[in-house]
Ligand binder design. Structure first.
Ligand SMILES: O=C(O)CCC(=O)C(=O)O
Ligand SMILES: [Fe+2]
Length: 337
């Protein structure tokens, strides 16, 4: 994720009485109805991507029990003794699994997190935590449970959304199909302690996500987004059975700036410990993302240099100690933005 401290509202501390932001809620089931219904959903998604960079989806096909199972597996992991969790601790951003609680990256201020890849599952499952047993439980080769099942199903939702977004950009749903199909999925599983009385603090500082698309499952309220029209923080609604979608940095690059990434942060919940599971989707680790040539012409020259997910990890590693962490800014073609 990119730190965006230079471009977000200065006020870092959560203010009392922030506005709940009513946001588009897309019924994904309508994507597979008749062509007219599909094109109306595609238009709604395109508008949300262009104007806001976020929206929520319902009727996405993942059952409540699968969503609850993923939250349960994450909660049980964070409840393990510290020594067990520390086995996965690493400062090396290239590790396939990484647990951390520190704030040295100046992004994670009051959270514990576990990050690991999830696609292709057969390559990565071996690195997932063995404790608690339900975390990577598979009942058999054909039956996945808990985090595994959620990971596979949420990726299905991401692929459907990608097709709709590409259609909305006029590129067609099959555009670069193979690269999306072979693309990467990274799960960022976060745990924020309940806020202490009268002191709601930032759990995760302002940033944008670096992939193409992030789908977030959260156990309770605490996510905030920057509303671009007013350049102010808005609280994200917590609707039953909904998933929250963020446009990532690489989608802004691919769309040549037609769609914007969204700056967001998490605050601690005053009532309860909070779990969030961000499923980040992008091209494969070393695959470069550049602006779609169909969206580049004399009037719209390429706004960003090409880059891969791995380039982002290297950028982050090189800038861990200083504030030049905004990846997207580092990609800007000078003179065009
Ligand atoms: O906890 C949240 O709601 C946000 C998590 C997030 O933004 C991330 O993991 O990138
Ligand atoms: Fe994020």
């Amino acid at each position: 994720m990119s730190d965006t401290s230079s471009s977000v509202p200065q006020k870092q501390l959560p203010s009392e009485g922030l506005q709940l932001q009513p946001m588009p809620v897309i019924n994904l089931g309508h994507l597979s109805l008749d062509p007219t219904s599909r094109s109306s959903v595609v238009d709604d998604i395109a508008r949300a991507c262009r104007d806001l960079g976020y929206f929520q989806v319902i009727n996405h096909g993942i059952s409540q029990s699968v969503m609850d199972g993923a939250i349960e597996a994450a909660t049980d992991f964070f409840n393990l003794p510290s020594e067990t969790k520390e086995e996965y601790a690493s400062d090396d951003l290239q590790q396939p699994v990484r647990y951390d609680t520190s704030s040295k990256d100046s992004i994670s201020m009051s959270r514990a997190f576990l990050k690991h890849y999830a696609h292709p599952l057969c390559d990565w499952l071996q690195y997932w935590p063995q404790q608690p047993p339900i975390y990577r439980q598979t009942a058999s080769h054909f039956t996945l449970e808990y985090m595994t099942k959620y990971a596979v199903e949420v990726r299905g939702v991401a692929l459907k959304l990608m097709e709709a977004i590409l259609e909305g950009l006029g590129l067609g749903k099959e555009y670069m199909h193979v690269k999306f199909d072979e693309g990467l999925q990274l799960l960022s599983v976060n745990c924020y302690p309940k806020a202490s009385e009268g002191d709601t603090t930032i759990g995760l500082a302002a940033h944008s996500d670096y992939g193409l698309l992030t789908i977030l499952l959260t156990s309770c309220r605490g996510l905030e987004v920057v509303d671009r029209s007013s350049n102010s923080w808005k609280v994200v609604q917590q609707l039953p059975h909904a998933l929250h979608v963020h446009i990532g940095d690489h989608m802004e690059v691919l769309s040549n700036g037609q769609i914007k990434t969204v700056v967001h942060r998490a605050v601690q919940n005053p009532q309860e410990e909070r779990i969030s599971i961000a499923s980040i989707h992008g091209f494969a680790l070393h695959e470069k993302v550049s602006s779609a040539k169909e969206l580049v012409d004399e009037k719209n020259p390429p706004k960003y240099k090409e880059s891969s997910f791995n380039d982002f990890l290297e950028h982050l590693t090189a800038n861990l100690d200083n504030r030049k962490r905004n990846f997207l800014e580092s990609l800007e073609c000078k003179g065009h933005i």
